[in-house]
Design a binder for this molecule. Structure first.
Ligand code: HEC
Length: 158
């Protein structure tokens, strides 16, 4: 997978600057999934606005994040052990401390504003590292709102 140049920037992970372009033969051929651009698959919120982790949040992670956030993926290679594949993502993020800054928590139930994961998908200048998804178009407003509401509703494994 590591055979293209130019797609990677300097990445700060574990307090160290990792230049992915300098790893091995170059950089990943990662291409942003096209369906990400208008946030397909995320419109099935219940009438009361209750967000389901399984139905609304995991599909975003699976489509947009898990390619890098899996064993052997770019995030893993950069020292980020946050796997966002179905079945393991919840335990990897809720009440879990950031490996890049142990003063930050990835998902704080009930508090999206202080949740690093939310900050990283909603802000161009998160407190640590880059906006997510890295090297891909930003999430749609609807996807960002779903993640915000899911966290503010208690970040349940529902
Ligand atoms: C192209 C690969 C790539 C994609 C796609 C990607 N990430 Fe990342 N992610 C990284 C890398 C590399 C880091 C470490 C550097 C940084 O934070 O910028 C990281 C860091 C993170 C962190 C911080 C982990 C910690 O402990 O500090 C979170 C949270 C995160 N990503 C969430 C996501 C989410 C949610 C998505 C999908 C919306 C996503 N990422 C998509 C590569 C990726």
């Amino acid at each position: 997978m590591m055979n293209k140049r130019k797609c990677c920037s300097m990445i700060a992970a574990r307090g160290v600057i990792v230049a992915l372009t300098s790893l091995g033969a170059g950089c990943s051929t990662y291409v942003a999934p096209v369906e990400n651009q208008d946030g397909g698959g995320d419109t099935s919120v219940g009438v009361e606005g209750a967000v389901s982790f399984a139905a609304n949040i995991q599909p975003i992670f699976t489509t947009t994040c898990a390619g890098c956030h899996s064993p052997g993926g770019i995030a893993d290679m950069a020292g980020i052990p946050t796997f966002l594949r179905e079945g393991e993502s919840y335990d990897m993020i809720v009440n879990v401390t950031s490996v890049q800054d142990d003063g930050l928590v990835l998902v704080v139930p009930g508090d999206s504003a202080t949740s690093l994961l939310f900050q990283k998908v909603s802000s161009d200048s998160p407190p640590v590292g880059n906006r997510m998804p890295l090297f891909a178009p930003v999430l749609s407003d609807n996807e960002i709102k779903l993640i915000q509401d899911w966290i503010d509703q208690g970040a349940e494994n529902n």
